[in-house]
Design a protein around this ligand. Sequence first.
Ligand SMILES: NC(=O)c1ccc[n+]([C@@H]2O[C@H](COP(=O)([O-])OP(=O)(O)OC[C@H]3O[C@@H](n4cnc5c(N)ncnc54)[C@H](OP(=O)(O)O)[C@@H]3O)[C@@H](O)[C@H]2O)c1
Length: 247
Amino acid sequence: MTKTVLITGASSGIGEGMAREFAARGYNLALAARRLESLEQLAGELTKQFSGIRIETLKLDVTDVVAVQKAIPSVAKIFGKLDVVVANAGIGGGGAIGSDKFDEDVAIMQTNVIGAMATIDSSVKLFKEQGEGHLVGIASVAAFRGLPHASAYCASKAAISTYMDALQLELHHSPINVTCLYPGYIDTPINNKMKNRPFLIDVEKGSRIIVNLIEKKVKKSTVPVMPWNIVGRLLKVLPNSLLAGRA
Ligand SMILES: NC(=O)c1ccc[n+]([C@@H]2O[C@H](COP(=O)([O-])OP(=O)(O)OC[C@H]3O[C@@H](n4cnc5c(N)ncnc54)[C@H](OP(=O)(O)O)[C@@H]3O)[C@@H](O)[C@H]2O)c1
C-alpha cells in the first residue's frame, strides 16, 4: 500500500528536498507552504519524473492555526489517510536582543513554535483517530544552546524540542511514532547569507539522511548524526567565554 507524507514548508530547502526524496521512494505527497506556485512547479516536475505517485499541493500558512486545523483532516480525507506528517516549516532571522528586531523574533516564535505545534497537535489528533501515524518534528542543533544574535531562533527550536519530548512520553505506549530531528547546517535559503556554516552539507544529502532517519523511525537524531551528535553535546557545556558574541 502506497504511503502518504504531508510536508509543511515544502516550497524550498529541506522540505522540497524531502519531497524529492520521498517521491523517489514511492510515497504519495501532500505539499504545503504559503508559495503555492513553487509547490505546483515542484509537483509538476515530480509527477513527470515519478508517474505512479499522487501529489496534492496546499497553500497553507502554519501561523493560521484554524487553517492548519482544517487542512490536516481534509488532506487526510483526500488520500484516505496520512502515514507521515513532517512539521518542517520554519523561518530564521532576528538579531541581537535589544536591537529593534523584536517583530522578527515574534514572527519566528509564531512560525517555528505556534505553527509547528498547530501542525503537530492536529496531526496527532488525526493519528489517534486513524490508530496509526508517524509525526516528525524538525528542531535544530540551535535547540542545544542559546547563541548570540539567534536568541529567538534558538529559543523556538528548544521549545519545539521540549514539546516533542513530551509528545514522545505521551505516545510511548501507543502505535503512533514520534521522531524529532536536529539538523546542523544544511545549505538552504534560511542560512545562505551566514558567514559561518560549520560542517555544511548540501540539501540533497541532508534530505536523504533525514528521510533515512524517518524511515528508521528513530526517536531523536542530529543530522548528520556525526559530527553533530558530539558537537551538540559539547555546545551544552562549552564555557560562555568561548561562545560569547560582541555586544
Ligand atoms: N537549513 C538548515 O541548516 C537547518 C538547520 C536546522 C533546522 N532547520 C529547519 O529546517 C526547516 C526547513 O528550513 P530550510 O532550511 O529548508 O529553510 P527554507 O529553505 O527557508 O524553507 C523554509 C520553508 O518553510 C516554509 N514556511 C515559512 N514560513 C511558513 C509559514 N508561515 N507557513 C507555511 N510555511 C512556511 C517556506 O515556504 P513559504 O515561504 O512558501 O511559506 C519554506 O518552504 C526549518 O524549520 C528550519 O528551522 C534548517
